[in-house]
Design a protein around this ligand. Structure first.
Ligand SMILES: Nc1ncnc2c1ncn2[C@@H]1O[C@H](COP(=O)(O)OP(=O)(O)O)[C@@H](O)[C@H]1O
Ligand SMILES: [Mg+2]
Length: 365
């Protein structure tokens, strides 16, 4: 353990040596009104709980406690997955406990040493909202978006028909106006579909239909589906994948959605003439790593840590505003995590971006 947390007793309020830094840190955390738990990154043992956390979990003391003692039921697996992902140093997750929803801010801290087992995850719990209210909100948004989808689809379809000349010749001035209406109906449809997806994913109402599938074929299909989109941006997509099948248990349609989202981002933010590379690495027997690389405008460092949040867009005034909702990456992340995988985004402004996600592989027979 790090020096900060080495002496577990130094976190209790009755620790004697107040001049000791760890005692002072502990006393400070003791005073935080929100429940705070420090969890060992290697064993998931609870190494510290402040008084608010002791009250929440109804513990007398934190000694010999682990994630299993948090009373989370099946939600524990989700929390465990988030805590195990080392790709991010700071993450937020919502979990339900005792009919209440908590937002947990998780931060990986490396303190004195540099070895893995010197790392602790500091988790701060705050009540999110009561679950019933949350469910009603979800249902409302889902219903409204669903009801909007049909009329917007027919508006877009009708405008497309008129523009194609199906109802007679269209005067140039009228065409310009119809073009605007058609483009914006498309944009609205995209937004409605994305909101519907986000609601289904975050309320747990999206079902995943998983099968043992060949990821190389899934990659090829995503390449074919995005080729004409890439062409619009004068970008070429290249696939680098092993020849043979690489099997994984996935919901093919949802992983297709992940890939097309990442590829469309890579195309949208590339310069004309750019190449987007879609690659698959199967050298790890436990997980497959799939990456989408571009040499486009990149993402400013300051925007990277919130890039997976909903409605987040890093570049204002980019050449393609119409195909954007700022929901794509939030959807992608939720789908990848629902498959037990992790996703990360690295970027250098002005040079390009790399988005990678992992999917676990079935154990050999
Ligand atoms: N490959 C990329 N290159 C540069 N910026 C990117 C890339 N991928 C995502 N971004 C940034 O992240 C934001 C959020 O992406 P996303 O959630 O897919 O929303 P959208 O594509 O609808 O804008 C984008 O608006 C853009 O600012
Ligand atoms: Mg996108």
């Amino acid at each position: 353990m790090s020096s900060f947390l080495k002496d577990k007793t130094s976190f209790t309020t009755d620790a004697p040596n107040a001049s000791d830094t760890s005692t002072r840190s502990g006393a400070l955390l003791d005073a935080v009104p929100d429940p705070v738990l420090a969890i060992a990154a290697d064993t998931f043992d609870v190494v510290y709980a402040n008084p608010a956390a002791l009250r929440l979990f109804e513990w007398n003391r934190s000694a010999n406690r682990s994630l299993a003692d948090l009373g989370l039921g099946p939600e524990e697996i989700r929390l465990r997955t988030v805590l195990s992902s080392s790709d991010h140093t700071r993450r937020e997750i919502q979990v339900a406990r005792d009919a209440k929803l908590y937002r947990i801010d998780c931060q990986l801290l490396s303190t004195a040493g540099t070895a893995d087992d010197d790392q602790v995850i500091l988790t701060i719990w705050s009540p999110a909202a009561d679950i019933d209210r949350n469910r009603r909100d979800h249902e409302f948004v889902a219903t409204v978006s669903h009801e909007l989808r049909t009329p917007v689809t027919s508006i877009k379809g009708a405008l497309g028909l008129v523009l194609s000349g199906a109802s007679g010749p269209v005067a140039d001035k009228t065409r310009a106006l119809l073009d605007i209406a058609h483009r914006n109906a498309g944009r609205l449809l995209l937004l409605v579909n994305d909101i519907l997806d986000i609601e289904k994913l975050t309320s747990g109402n999206m079902s995943f239909d998983k099968d043992l599938l060949d990821l190389v074929a899934v990659l090829d299909a995503a390449h074919d589906a995005t080729a004409s989109f890439a062409h619009q941006f004068e970008v070429r997509i290249e696939v680098e994948a092993p020849k043979g099948p690489v099997m994984a248990t996935i919901d093919g349609a949802r992983i297709h959605q992940v890939l097309t989202n990442l590829i469309s981002n890579a195309c949208k933010f590339s310069h004309p003439g750019g190449v987007v590379t879609l690659s698959l690495d199967d050298s790890d027997p436990e997980k497959v790593r799939i990456c989408v690389d571009d040499t486009g405008v990149g993402i400013p460092q300051s925007a990277l840590h919130t890039i997976f949040d909903r409605f987040n867009q890093a570049q204002s005034g980019h050449r393609n505003r119409t195909g954007s909702t700022g929901l794509g990456l939030a959807i992608v992340k939720t789908i990848v995590e629902a498959h037990g995988g992790t996703i990360s985004l690295d970027s250098v402004e002005g040079q390009g971006t790399r988005a990678c996600f992992t999917l676990s592989r079935p154990a050999p027979e």
